[in-house]
Design a protein around this ligand. Structure first.
Ligand code: AHR
Length: 659
């Protein structure tokens, strides 16, 4: 009924759309617009000449972008389990630490700004135990980042800095305790020595039986003593095992998710995280390297303190572990409150910092900062090709970017002529005013707007800089994208691939979200996780499908008679001699397709991967992590002909052998 009333040409589309926008939620609108555009399920003709490559596909097209947002690092990828391990003090106190007072124990806590183990951590938490005894212990409790994973048989590596004048207050007993039952899942004792600040190690290993019975992250940690006395504490840490067992490495399950995305680069360290809320909050990378006790942490723009446990070296080792290259963004004197550093003398320290940072990444051990990196445990330099000059400088309304860019570009080019520079003052509305090698453009769009933009780059001039789509996402689902978003993403990626002679790199953003209540700042993030588990959104799987079947050239092709919201990409992997055909049916009716391939003879067994959602809103969640996922099957292509119907709301990748 609805389709008849709304048939194109019968009703003025603008008028109907205006009415619908005013009265109907946007997903209903999208459904109706799709119906207007694509009610007829006629057979589309897709012709591909696999012998003719019309444009190259960048080998680095797909990569990763994230930053300290949504507890991506602290409470996420950085495997520290203790929240606020360095007792950062705010108006709420040293949240979320609380006192333990068992039985008749008496104890108080206070931040002591007169003593700490290092200049960076010059304060500590002073625990004054007035009375405590066995069974009446006193101490501190920490809830972790919304719980503590207690893996059966897993060893969690603990450490802490403590100072005591009289060791008889100890030992400190560290326990992981079930919130539900009060059962002690793991326990260790830390013997104290009287004297100056000292670092102590301990380990917690939940027993296989106990942990299996308490199979949840609904646990907390307590540090208690059974004697009166005073103890000062700092950097109380408990780390889960890391990916590749790196010291101070990253959380395994999240790294595995990223590895499966076939990424080629990691843009680091952000995003807004690079800029900080104000100039004082800039990403001062030198404060994020070296021993943890020498890292003061800093105020991140996403409303919580960053420990910088995941600092510059950890970013680089993250790249190394995933076999990807860093795209290094350097701070260029502009922060989120709109303030900027004047060019010239005032800017020189920031320029010097950028030069030093590139040396830390790439210099050998004979250089000042290469030697520092070697001392930090990584003698070998890291590979680098791109340096990004700032972040989203199109938002700098003062017009200062061209002069700031010029000062940085001159210094970087002089010292490092081999690296390509990326400017950040362009976006989809206007082009960069400087003259970079690459311009970084960002897109955060609704499903409908994303699909409307699929052909945007088809007509962008090839005479300007190359393009880095450094942040993009189709956004409607929360905390992670729904299937409608995945369709928008897949449609958009067909445009990225077709225009990859121009677009050298692209990254979905943000990548990670801690889905525990209070963990998220930015709705619509690719991978959800909590203290114990992760899950992949439909958009994640779309990324895996596209990046895993990239190809190196776009084949000559044409499509006719398709429904609205039907998209495709046809790329050839010349080394493996495979055609990767991606089909995206974002419409609500099936799309019959007659595929005709030049350059293919006889019968070819093709591999089909398909992902379907029951509705635009259908999604994956922590409770139902696999509701939507790719399904594998095979198909036969005979003498270059394939008659096929792509179901509604479906993303497909067909790999056809060319020999
Ligand atoms: O990805 C989230 C934020 O979006 C980034 O920090 C910023 O660059 C953009 O505005």
């Amino acid at each position: 009924m609805m389709r008849v009333v709304l048939r194109r040409g019968v009703v003025p589309v603008g008028g109907i759309r205006g009415f619908l926008v005013a009265v109907l939620p946007c997903w209903v609108l999208l459904l109706l617009v799709i119906a207007v555009g694509g009610a007829e399920a006629q057979t589309a003709q897709l012709t591909i000449d696999t012998t003719q490559i019309v444009s190259p596909v960048s080998p680095t097209l797909y990569g990763l972008m994230t930053e300290e947002i949504n507890h991506s690092y602290d409470g996420g990828l950085y495997p520290e389990l203790i929240q606020n391990r360095a007792f950062h003090d705010t108006w709420e106190g040293v949240s979320p630490w609380d006192l333990v007072r068992r039985g008749n124990a008496e104890v108080s806590k206070a931040v002591d700004t007169t003593t700490g183990p290092s200049a960076a951590l010059a304060h500590s938490l002073k625990l004054t135990v007035v009375s405590a005894s066995k069974g009446n212990e006193a101490g501190l409790t920490n809830p972790g980042y919304w719980g503590f994973e207690a893996g059966p048989g897993t060893t969690y590596a603990g450490s802490l800095y403590a100072r005591v004048e009289d060791a008889s207050v100890g030992p400190i007993t560290v326990q992981m305790i079930s919130n539900r039952t009060g059962a002690v899942l793991a326990q260790a004792a830390v013997e104290l020595k009287a004297g100056p600040w000292a670092r102590y190690e301990y380990a917690l290993k939940p027993g296989a039986k106990v942990a299996a019975m308490q199979a949840s992250a609904d646990n907390h940690v307590e540090l208690t003593v059974a004697h009166a006395g005073t103890v000062w504490l700092q950097l109380v840490s408990l780390m889960r095992p890391s990916y590749h067992d790196r010291s101070n490495g990253l959380r395994r399950d999240l790294m595995e998710r990223m590895a499966a995305m076939h990424p080629h680069f990691l843009r680091l360290p952000g995003g807004n995280y690079l800029e900080g809320n104000s100039i004082a909050d800039w990403y001062d990378w030198k404060k994020t390297i070296g021993p943890l006790v020498d890292r003061p942490g800093h105020n991140s723009p996403w409303f919580y303190w960053s420990t910088d446990g995941l600092g510059l070296l950890e970013f680089l080792e993250w790249c190394e572990d995933l076999k990807v290259e860093p795209v290094l963004a350097v701070y260029t004197g502009y922060s989120l409150n709109g303030s900027h550093v004047a060019t010239g003398k005032d800017m020189e320290p920031y320029v010097q910092s950028a030069l030093d940072e590139v040396e830390y990444v790439t210099g050998d051990a004979t250089t000042r900062w290469g030697a520092e990196r070697a001392r930090d445990g990584h003698p070998a330099p890291f590979p680098l090709h791109y340096i990004e000059v700032g972040n989203e400088d199109y938002l700098d309304r003062s017009g200062s970017y061209p002069a700031r860019y010029a000062q940085f570009a001159e210094a970087l080019h002089k010292r490092y002529p081999q690296y390509k520079l990326i400017a950040t003052d362009g976006n989809s509305e206007y082009t960069t005013r400087v003259n970079p090698d690459v311009s970084d453009e960002h897109y955060y769009k609704s499903p409908q707007d994303m699909m409307d933009l699929v052909h945007h780059y088809d007509t962008v001039s090839r005479r300007g800089p190359k393009i880095f789509v450094g942040e993009w996402a189709t956004r409607s689902g929360s905390p992670t994208p729904n299937f409608g978003d995945a369709l928008g993403d897949a449609a958009w990626m067909t445009g990225l691939e077709r225009n990859s002679d121009l677009i050298v790199m692209a990254a979905y953003a943000p990548l990670l979200v801690n889905v525990s209540p209070g963990g998220m700042e930015w709705p619509t993030d690719l991978i959800g996780f909590d203290a114990a588990n992760t899950y992949a959104s439909p958009s994640y799987w779309a990324q895996v499908l596209f990046a895993g079947h990239l190809g190196d050239g776009t084949a000559k092709s044409s499509l006719a008679g398709e429904n609205k919201r039907f998209f495709y990409s046809a790329t050839v992997n010349s080394a493996e001699k495979v055609l990767h055909l991606k089909l995206v049916n974002a419409g609500s009716v099936a799309q019959p397709l007659a595929l005709s391939l030049t350059g293919i003879h006889g019968m070819r067994k093709a591999h089909l991967t398909s992902m379907h959602g029951a509705s635009y809103q259908a999604t994956n969640t922590m409770a139902e992590p696999d509701a939507i996922h790719p399904v594998e099957s095979s198909a036969s292509v005979t003498d270059g002909v394939w008659m096929h119907t792509t179901p509604a709301l479906t993303i497909e990748v067909l790999d056809i052998p060319l020999r």
